[in-house]
Design a protein. Structure first.
Lengths: 335, 335
């Protein structure tokens, strides 16, 4: 196996995927720091408002060499920026910084990463994908002006896949379909483990809207909140022509939530990030509009209702990972 | 993410899995070399008779620093051993060698890896799993006698899963079930890509026996050779009570192959490595005897015959990887 820029960037991309969608409205970004060939850190942006991937990675890299440094206790982005600028003593001058997205160039909730890098002066910054957000872009120019070597487009395709949800919700709506099944495609009964359920609740906590089929509501009588992680319950749109529902169904009783009943799917475009939960019926109706399918696969073979119907869709696997013992697979429709 | 011994060993284990089963009768082994924190190489044993993982990794590590060294042209294990022992000039003294299995201690088709390491004197050898083969073991003692620091059992569970086929075929029979399906469990028609088919043919080239159901033979009229890789066609056992088959079915016409028709599954135990191809019927009959299921998943949703029947089995995913755009998943029945 070749140990090259692609190898390092792949590790940064994989780390970023662990927080995919959970960083909304920010992009998922990963960063890896190498000092004289040694990997010092691999970190990611974890949640909007928290430190960017570069900041987490720079801090972890410094701690790798000075495990007892006071930076350990600094958690806010501002504090880490300030501390590193004042105390780096040239530590990063022989470092290479691999980052999946162009470092941000503007002061938002957190200070600009390009400015921090400019001060720390690493030997080289390797960037997989340019920023598409006009407000935050310009990071490359800042680095080049500071005479830092910049290499662009390393693993660009993989970085684009990672960035894709952000690109969609920045310019319009990102719609993803969440499904859970066994290895053999059975969707019957209680499939997922508790850690997979907690992950789904973490997604619900982040999204703008959840779309669910009317029959699923009538049959399953779900709550559709984020109680496993004590999170925010998302607003709900029930896809149904028939507007009559038993209001004792728990989802109607969750506080601080709006429930809409509609069969007008254009309403989805009023939102930035929409999660669809349902069976293949809804998948069929929405298939041209879906950006991702997030498929949770439990490693069992089970006799049960199968998700098969008349759909034929070809996918590309853009990423996959584990949640506990189960698989999570991110699929994109092949164009 | 922590950059520690486990991180490095995981990379070595993942590299070894790329050649899982293809190294038969040898174990799949991976090796990673770190010099002052820098990863120099990640290599694996690829095929019986060819260089061991350690030898491939030591050569690649040396080449990483001296890309034009004459070692580049040396491919036989003997030549690499000899060259490194005579020319290392202390290069490996500050290296750490991560290897998924205790280095072999005996001269077989290739010289002993423990002896090579003894001469190169790395700073530390990290071993995930002790050898279980009495003839080849003793590597750790050789290293310790040479005053090389040895750490044992790093990622032992993952290394055990990697070693498991070898453990089984060394002490008896390793039986694995090969299946191909779409995402939603459809097993209908022509599912796999050409690269997945080539992989299956590479497996067929290595195994002692292929077991296949009588009805599959009657319906599909298969050839079951290894033509995609110009490999050896395996011997076949057709599982059937009824011994009457149309001898024009292509599998009977392949040269240098033995075909047995039997319903006595105890005969499988006369072989070291058996691949079963078939549908869930045979899986149900064999489920207590199977060591692995090797599941190829094509990222499509298809309307078609589903593999569902009355089987309920829980699995552990021991590894997964890509073959081209498709997934390969190694499953072990949960005990």
């Amino acid at each position: 196996m070749k140990i090259d820029d692609n190898f390092f960037m792949k590790l940064a991309i994989d780390e970023a995927w662990k927080y995919q969608l959970l960083t909304y409205p920010n992009p998922a970004v990963g960063c890896l720091i190498v000092k004289n060939g040694e990997i010092l850190s691999i970190e990611a942006h974890k949640e909007a408002g928290k430190a960017h991937a570069e900041v987490n990675a720079l801090k972890a890299a410094y701690l790798k060499k000075y495990p007892n440094d006071v930076i350990k206790a600094k958690n806010s982005s501002h504090d880490i920026h300030k501390y590193l600028i004042e105390n780096h003593k040239g530590f990063f001058n022989d470092c290479e910084v691999f980052v999946t997205l162009e470092p941000c160039n503007h002061e938002g909730k957190t200070p600009a990463c390009s400015n921090l890098l400019k001060e720390l002066k690493p030997k080289r910054v390797i960037i997989a994908h340019k920023d598409i957000n006009k407000e935050a872009s310009g990071g490359i120019e800042t680095l080049l002006k500071a005479k830092i070597k910049v290499d662009l487009d390393c693993m660009r395709k993989e970085a684009y896949d990672l960035l894709y949800p952000f690109i969609k919700w920045t310019s319009g709506t990102f719609i993803f379909y969440k499904m859970a099944q066994t290895l053999n495609g059975s969707i019957d009964g209680n499939i997922s483990s508790n850690s997979a359920k907690a992950y789904v609740h973490a997604l619900r906590d982040k999204i703008d809207l959840m779309l669910i089929g009317g029959n699923t509501v009538r049959n399953d009588k779900p709550t559709l909140d984020a109680r496993y992680i004590a999170g925010r319950a998302p607003d709900i749109m029930i896809y149904s022509k028939n507007r009559i529902f038993d209001t004792n169904i728990p989802l109607f009783k969750v506080a601080n939530r709006k429930v809409t009943i509609s069969n007008d799917l254009f309403k989805l475009l009023d939102y930035k990030i929409v999660m669809v939960e349902g069976v293949y019926n809804l998948l069929n109706i929405l298939k041209e509009k879906l950006d991702f399918i997030v498929l949770l696969v439990s490693p069992k073979i089970r006799n049960g209702i199968n998700a098969l119907n008349d759909i034929d869709i070809d996918f590309e696997i853009v990423h996959e990972n584990y949640i506990g013992d189960e698989k999570i697979i991110y699929l994109k429709k092949k164009s």
